[in-house]
Ligand binder design. Sequence first.
Ligand SMILES: *Cc1c(COP(=O)(O)O)cnc(C)c1O
Length: 231
Amino acid sequence: MDRQSIIRDNWECVRSDVRNAAQAAGRDPDQIKIIGVTKYVDAETTRMLVDAGCSVLGENRPQVLWQKAESDELADAPVQWHMIGHVQRNKLRRMLRHQATIHSVDSQRLLGAIGDEAVARDETIDVLLEVNISGEEAKTGMPESELLKCIESAESIPVNPIGLMAMAGWGTTGDEARGQFAKVRELRDQLTAKTGLALSHLSMGMSGDFREAIAEGATMVRIGSRLFEGI
Ligand SMILES: *Cc1c(COP(=O)(O)O)cnc(C)c1O
């Protein structure tokens, strides 16, 4: 099979697995956005995924996001970009030109810098705050104690936190991952109660644990390797 057909099949499989997981959890499948994570592949292969029907894409490096967004292969494609990795403040402006939704706000300083860009652009920017739920040193994201401060500091700037993003720890079993995702949801509920902010989005779940994440309320799953299997 050619690469385009393999990617098309993979995409259809992932879509149907996500729908099934939603139904198994008694949830509406249309409430779950699949973000195709394209960090493993070049612009040409990324375009194949778009042509297969996945136009919501995630990258974990700002520079790669804008290089792809500006590439011949993708410049005219109807892509909604998501940034799921660490963002250096000096990379914000060029990335935001592509209307990227940032999932990985991991400090008050970054939030403030996004606020400055929002003021310069005369718009309000939606973001997700990344929480470190597994407590591992190597993992990214803020400890719970930082989150509330971040949400409070967002009140005075044109930045709108729409939810939380989290990753399960390395080498967790499905059950452990599910427990961590449940903690993210509970944390969100506590923050909503404290701040009145809906934080309606939960970005959690990857190729290996999206079913568990959907069972615990994920509204965005970030799926990469499964989409490019066999190419
Ligand atoms: C790479 C990556 C993913 C996708 O992981 P897969 O296991 O390849 O599906 C999801 N989220 C983040 C933050 C990533 O860096």
